[in-house]
Design a binder for this molecule. Sequence first.
Ligand SMILES: NC(=O)c1ccc[n+]([C@@H]2O[C@H](COP(=O)([O-])OP(=O)(O)OC[C@H]3O[C@@H](n4cnc5c(N)ncnc54)[C@H](O)[C@@H]3O)[C@@H](O)[C@H]2O)c1
Length: 261
Amino acid sequence: MVEQGNGKNRTAIVTGAASPNGIGLNTAQRFAREGWGVVVLDLDGTAAAERAQELMRDFGVPAHGAGVDVADESSVHGARDAVLARVAAGELPPLGAVVNIAGITSPAPFLETDLALWNRVMAVNATGTYLVTRAFLPALLEAGWGRIVNMSSVSAQRGGGVFGKVPYSSAKAAILGFTKSLARELEDSGVTVNAVAPGAVDTDIRVGSTEEMEASIATAVPLGRTATKDEVSNCIYFLAGDESSYLTGITLDINGGSHMH
Ligand SMILES: NC(=O)c1ccc[n+]([C@@H]2O[C@H](COP(=O)([O-])OP(=O)(O)OC[C@H]3O[C@@H](n4cnc5c(N)ncnc54)[C@H](O)[C@@H]3O)[C@@H](O)[C@H]2O)c1
């Protein structure tokens, strides 16, 4: 077994990490606070570059930000090549974790869902997770140690009921199958693959949710409230570290008890 040691000597790739109020940025900050190098990948390239500058300034860690559409293979490959070139140049530590957070939702009822919407929600959430993992996994395997953490949702497990509807639940369920199957295939390679499944978290993705919807969500949660971003990034960070060494293929529920298996 390769001993890795948290932080300082590793880089975490975090997708969807440019939104100022998002889980991705909160997660990127968590890694930076622990001394990891951080790569911010996001559709919004300007914001991704700004977030990377802020991480370097605020936490004193090496960081890199770039615009990437996780649903577009050539875009992902371009980002991968730039990151690996910076690793090879010694400007970033070797890769240690890939955290697939980029995602979009849709509250459209099923009969208002057209193929374009279905395809885009599947592409960003599910295909994006595949493409980014496929691009960076060889570097983790070469290192003999790595952590892949994928963002699902309680919507995948209980059939929506939070905000996103059929395409979103379907895409997030695909991520759970992807996670388990890849975890099994990677066996004892040193690279683990796990997922998190949050309930409602207060971010911009749920803009459009009404006060009534928010109140009914909180009422259905035994802990009586939605999750904070810290509560989600704490779990992601746990799965990215040495302490989760005997976990692979799991889905870590972060739902305040709203869905129990
Ligand atoms: N907020 C919640 O209640 C909640 C609950 C469960 C799961 N999630 C999941 O957490 C993740 C983060 O969501 P959030 O709540 O922080 O929302 P958010 O909208 O703040 O963040 C999503 C980020 O993904 C980026 N993104 C969107 N499409 C992209 C693409 N094609 N390529 C690259 N980046 C892209 C956006 O620019 C944004 O920075 C999503 O996958 C979401 O489905 C959120």
